[in-house]
Design a protein around this ligand. Structure first.
Ligand code: F6P
Length: 328
């Protein structure tokens, strides 16, 4: 291990994700294990700028492994995007005697971390926590597995009513720029079509596919639509368009929204969060910085924070093929 750190801070930033609490717990307990102090920063970068800090001990994080959300709260800070904001943040870290920081969050969090590191060279390690799974350098982000299970459970319920009324449902799921949730939950819930930002299937092909589905004798249809898909219409416009052009369908829309971000984390997310949180502390103690920890082929690996932000985590194209075959 390199230069001994005495105090490490931890914060959550950006959209919350189930398992963030498990990650906080892992960081706090790893600090206790290695006999160093741990400070929790409330409300992400905003709390960092405002000095909203609290000392955390191993007992402060009892019984949070099963809780959704984040006990440290979170925010999307505009002030941290300014030089003045980052200068305040740096001064607060120095005044508090903090030697390194663990950033739990997604793309925006790591972009902030990268810029901060360029300016102040402050030891920081990223832990990927977002339901979107859109981070390069890890096969899974914390919260993604739980969100998938939440979405599948919701679609199963929608299927019951869709099938009773012989209806077509458009179900919108989260994912501003990425279709991981839509694609995996769509296959898991047996959706007839899945619209993702990474592949624009076009309106004509969608109509053809829905016509085929109707002819095949199915009693209900589910189309999973990613929030950020590129078909050119929002989910309500899309539903109107289909209803106008395919008179044989009665169409309804269900937007799952923020319920996808809540709930008790799955076992997978708890274990992932524990492994990544511990490694993040160990990396800081080892003198490492500007890295993100992630899970690659079952192993905890590191990626440069810049690569994690700029690299592209590609969707699994095989799933698109499987989905097409299953929708017959
Ligand atoms: O990044 C996670 C995410 O849940 C996205 O899927 C979604 O587009 C966005 O956050 C919503 O953000 P907010 O809660 O700020 O509206």
């Amino acid at each position: 291990m390199g230069k001994k750190m005495k105090k490490i801070a931890v914060m959550t930033s950006g959209g919350d994700a189930p398992g963030m609490n498990a990650a906080i717990r892992a960081v706090v307990r790893a600090c206790a294990y290695y006999e160093i102090e741990c400070v929790g920063i409330y409300r992400g970068y905003q709390g960092l700028i405002e000095g909203d800090f609290e000392q955390l001990t191993a007992r402060n994080v009892s019984n949070i492994i099963s809780r959704g959300g984040t006990i440290l709260k979170t925010a999307r800070s505009k002030e941290f995007m300014t030089k003045e904001g980052r200068a305040k943040a740096y001064n607060n870290l120095k005044n508090e005697g903090i030697d390194g920081i663990v950033l739990i969050g997604g793309d925006g969090t790591f972009t902030g971390g990268m810029v901060f590191n360029e300016e102040y060279n402050f030891p920081s390690i990223g832990v990927p926590g977002t339901i979107d799974n859109d981070i390069f350098g890890t096969n899974y982000t914390i919260g993604y597995d739980t969100a998938l299970n939440t979405v599948v459970e919701a679609i199963d319920k929608i299927r019951d009513t869709a099938s009773s009324h012989n209806r077509l449902f458009f179900v919108e799921v989260m994912g501003r720029d990425a279709g991981f949730i839509a694609l995996n939950a769509g296959v898991g819930a047996g959706a007839e079509e899945i619209l993702i930002p990474e592949e624009d299937m076009g309106l004509d092909r969608l109509l053809e596919s829905l016509q085929r589905t109707k002819r095949s004798g199915k009693s209900s249809s589910i189309v999973v639509v990613t929030e950020g898909d590129k078909i050119g219409k929002n989910v309500f416009e899309l539903a109107d368009y289909v209803e106008k052009n395919l008179k044989q369908y009665e169409v309804r829309v269900s937007v799952l929204g923020h319920m996808q971000r809540g709930g008790s984390p799955s076992c997978f997310d708890r274990v992932l969060a524990s492994r990544l949180g511990v490694r993040a502390v160990e990396l800081l103690l080892d003198g490492k910085s500007n890295l993100m920890v992630g899970l690659i082929n079952g192993k905890v690996e590191t990626t440069d924070l810049e690569k994690a932000v700029k690299g592209n985590h590609e969707i699994n194209k095989e799933l698109i093929r499987v989905s097409d075959i299953m929708a017959i």
